[in-house]
Write a protein that binds this ligand. Structure first.
Ligand code: 48F
Length: 268
């Protein structure tokens, strides 16, 4: 077969920008492709919602690749095992309610499951801000401000572009970047005890895991937090290389947002 490099370029341009264009008016925009973001996006896409996931790095998976201290095994507790086995990740019982999985298999399989569910993934894209709108005296997050990660990394002065979303899920992990930007730039009060970002506390795996799921909720109109970002927002502990809470958090945020979207569609 003869090859024309111009057609290869055209194929990339047309296909990529058709995907981008189909995401200008999203049901849900997920920021961060770690375990919580991947699971959330996968469940919402399976429900038929228009879901995009934006990840700063080239690779999806966030902090899951390296297990603990680069030893690439992850631990999950019994109640979250089904979220791995359902997508085909082999899980082994270690002792009592502690189970292990290969970190690379878990990461790649969850990423593949999200893609196959229909999530539109934009890797190498950084979320640098949100879109805010005010109606009837109440502010709401209505979209995301995006830039190419290499632009951000090089510190180039290039303006971003914008997509709209009915709901945004912040799943950026410890950094809780989107919320920090929202609070820094705007006079807003969050649905947290202090009205601001409560901040992450030191290691306490048991409480942290339970609280990750409890803290997975709307933190500002239109903006949900999931995964480690939930504990950083509402103020709880870190948990280290146990990942059940991250997976359950992704499932919970997807369920909550799906309910609200369905309610909205029914009422329209
Ligand atoms: O940190 P990360 O894996 O988030 P998570 O789903 O899981 C946390 C665990 O990995 C671990 C833990 C114990 O289980 O505490 O840390 O809460 O993934 C967050 C992803 O978000 C990306 C980042 O590159 C990472 O892959 N990210 C962060 N900020 C942005 C972003 C941003 N502004 N724009 C796009 N992606």
């Amino acid at each position: 077969m003869s090859l024309d490099e111009r057609i290869i370029t055209e194929a990339i341009l047309e296909t990529y920008f058709a995907k981008f264009k189909s995401c200008l008016d999203l049901d849900v925009a997920v920021v961060g492709g770690g375990p919580s973001g991947l699971v959330a996006a996968m469940f919402l896409a399976r429900e038929g919602f228009n879901v995009a996931l934006y990840e700063r790095k080239l690779s999806l998976g966030g902090g899951m690749w390296g297990g603990g201290m680069t030893w690439n095994t992850i631990v999950v507790q019994k109640e979250s095992v089904r979220l791995l086995t359902d997508v085909g990740v082999p899980v082994t019982r270690f002792r009592d309610a502690y189970y292990t999985a290969d970190a690379v298999t878990a990461t790649t399989t969850l990423a593949a499951a999200a893609c196959q569910a229909g999530v539109k993934v934009f890797n190498c894209v950084s979320v640098e801000d949100v879109v805010l709108r005010e109606a009837d005296g109440a502010k709401r997050v209505t979209g995301l401000v995006l830039n190419a990660s290499p632009v951000e990394m090089a510190g180039l002065h290039v303006d971003p572009v914008v997509v709209g979303a009915r709901y945004v899920i912040e799943a950026t992990g410890h950094a809780v970047e989107v919320l920090k930007t929202l609070v820094r730039k705007n006079d807003v009060e969050l649905f947290t005890p202090s009205g601001g970002i409560e901040g992450e506390q030191s290691m306490w795996a048991e409480l942290a895991e339970a609280n990750t799921v409890k803290n997975t909720r709307e933190v500002f109109p239109g903006l949900y937090v999931a995964g480690m970002a939930a504990n950083a927002s509402f103020g709880s502990y870190r948990m280290g290389p146990i990942f059940g809470g991250m997976l359950l958090s992704g499932e919970k945020v997807a369920r909550d947002i799906a309910c609200r979207l369905r309610d909205r569609h029914e009422r329209v």
